[in-house]
Design a protein around this ligand. Structure first.
Ligand code: ATR
Length: 282
């Protein structure tokens, strides 16, 4: 058995932090493997998947714009990834390509060390109803969390998400102003939108004026590390978390599927923060 090859497929891919993170782990755990970034254009996905098979690449991460479109080309999809309708991790199991989604579970694993109440007893508000919200919402509901409301600029999209979740959560959809008026109800508030991401760093998806003191406020954005949304939360005395944790844990769960090793996430976080230190404008 020679050196195994892993990678990430996407476009653009130049600034992906996954190669640094996984190559460090392969070295640290003495796994004979290497992780490459592969720029795969939107209309070349089929050829890329054939390449994975033909070259016996052992596994890949999948990012924009392929997470949804890759599904028909895979041999098997785990249940939660099928429900989410997106794959971020592929395992080549002796020629059979199996798709997983570790984004939602990665988010939850990253959040766990900071929660005050068990998630099953927490009242959660999700902001946004796009792809990232879908992964987080479905995975929370899948793991048995019941109290999750969704607010979105377009309220109907939040309704759609709630209606299409096959796992039982007690969810209401809210407009942004409706949510702003009842924020004291929530123990955990999560921004899943890109509002506030570089270069629009002064924007925030919603006003946190009405949160209670011990709220946990999480933003999946990591550029900047401290978004305006998190800054506002901090000023209100909330505990805050940025998107580095989710990125690290989605990678850790992928690494575990490929190698069976549950990696040192602190080590991964240091690599990511080191990378972000260079190009984060905040
Ligand atoms: P992703 O896949 O990264 O989640 P997406 O599917 O494009 O991205 O979803 C973007 C989410 O951010 C949506 O909930 C979107 O709200 P709409 O459904 O109303 O479009 C939200 N969003 C994006 N830009 C926004 C903005 N400027 N203000 C408020 N919400 C915004």
């Amino acid at each position: 058995m020679g050196m195994k090859i892993f990678g990430v497929i996407g476009d653009p891919i130049e600034h992906s932090m996954s190669p640094a993170m996984h190559n460090d782990l392969f070295q640290y755990y003495q796994v004979d493997a290497i992780y490459h970034k592969f720029r795969v254009e939107k209309d070349q996905l089929k050829e890329a998947i054939d390449g994975i098979r033909g070259l016996k690449i052992s596994g890949v991460n999948v990012t924009i714009p392929h997470k949804v479109n890759i599904i028909p080309y895979l041999d098997d999809i785990e249940e939660i990834a099928r429900e989410i309708g997106a794959v971020n991790t592929v395992v080549n199991n002796k020629g059979k390509l199996v798709g997983y989604n570790t984004d939602g579970l990665g988010f939850i694993e990253a959040l766990k060390p900071l929660i005050k109440l068990p998630l099953s007893q927490s009242k959660i508000l999700l902001i946004g109803a796009g792809g990232a919200a879908r992964a987080i919402y479905f995975t929370l509901a899948y793991t048995g969390v019941k109290d999750i409301d969704i607010c979105n600029r377009t309220k109907e999209t939040a309704d759609y998400l709630i209606q299409h979740c096959k796992y039982n959560a007690n969810s209401n959809s809210l407009s942004i102003p409706e949510a702003e008026n009842c924020l004291e109800k929530y123990d955990i508030i999560i921004n899943t939108t890109s509002v506030g991401m570089h270069p629009n760093i002064d924007k925030s998806p919603l006003s946190l004026k009405n949160i209670k003191l011990d709220t946990l406020v999480s933003d999946i954005i990591y550029n900047p590390l401290l978004s305006t949304f998190l800054k506002d939360a901090k000023n209100k005395g909330a505990t805050v978390q940025n998107g580095v944790g989710m990125f690290v844990y989605q990678g850790a769960l992928a690494f575990e599927k490929w190698t069976g090793i549950s990696p040192d996430t602190k080590r991964m976080e240091n690599i990511v923060l080191d990378k972000l230190g260079g190009n984060t404008i905040c």
